[in-house]
Design a binder for this molecule. Sequence first.
Ligand SMILES: CC(C)(COP(=O)(O)OP(=O)(O)OC[C@H]1O[C@@H](n2cnc3c(N)ncnc32)[C@H](O)[C@@H]1OP(=O)(O)O)[C@@H](O)C(=O)NCCC(=O)NCCS
Length: 253
Amino acid sequence: MEKKKWKTAISWHFDKEAYVRGYKLKDLIGNLTFSQAIYLVLTGNLPDERKTKMMDAILITMIEHSIAPPSVIAARAVISGGNPIHVGVGAGVLAFGKVHGGALEDAMKLLQENIDKKPEEVVEKFFNEKKRIPGYGHRYYKEGDPRTQKLFSIAKNLGFYGKYCDFALKIEKEIEKKKGKKLILNVDGAVAAVASELGFDWKIGEGLWIVGRIPGLVAHTYEEYTLEKPFSKRLDEEKEAEYIGVPPRELEL
Ligand SMILES: CC(C)(COP(=O)(O)OP(=O)(O)OC[C@H]1O[C@@H](n2cnc3c(N)ncnc32)[C@H](O)[C@@H]1OP(=O)(O)O)[C@@H](O)C(=O)NCCC(=O)NCCS
């Protein structure tokens, strides 16, 4: 058989009919919830009822969280410059990084690669290397991230609170012991633990985050587009910034 240049297991046409992960696309429409379809397209399998509820909880946890995150600021600024929604959403996605969104993937990696180690060993290594531990700490939540608490209680009810959730909380305790200060398990860390319980590979972590947060970014870009004037004044003001450059001077050539 002729060797093809590409391979895919995601979707295909058979007799001009579109199939996704082996199922007719038209059969999925009206029969699956959006979360079930997302799980199917990402993993290749249909989720059972427990997985569906856990998947719903994960995606809703990530959907939106205020106007302050870098992705929202970037997305709204780009719309404000006179661009359409897809450009604003794209800019928001590009603002995801190590401390915003990307922490989910890094936290999944940390949990999955170190699950057989002692939590103190893992924390020690990050501290010795002066690296931040992904999934811990939060700008506002200093005593506990309410999203983490809710997600873990759902995971317990559905039978998904397992070794990764337990390990994530042990690391939180160990950080407090070593640093003498609480750095709470944040939403990225909590989603990382539950997604690992569901069997997601850490390499899809950033993708999971993007899937979860895109609706929030679309809402923000649409709001900026319809509610604010272009070249938004708040982006044009020097009020909130401090000038630390050289004082005005003459150009002498
Ligand atoms: C989210 C984050 C940016 C919040 O930062 P913050 O509350 O402003 O915390 P600060 O930057 O003021 O840091 C406070 C102290 O805790 C330390 N710290 C904060 N988060 C840390 C982490 N994840 N691992 C190790 N140390 C951390 C800082 O180094 C600092 O130490 P110092 O007082 O000895 O200098 C930060 O905790 C972080 O980078 N976390 C890791 C990435 C992550 O999980 N992001 C997802 C956020 S939902």
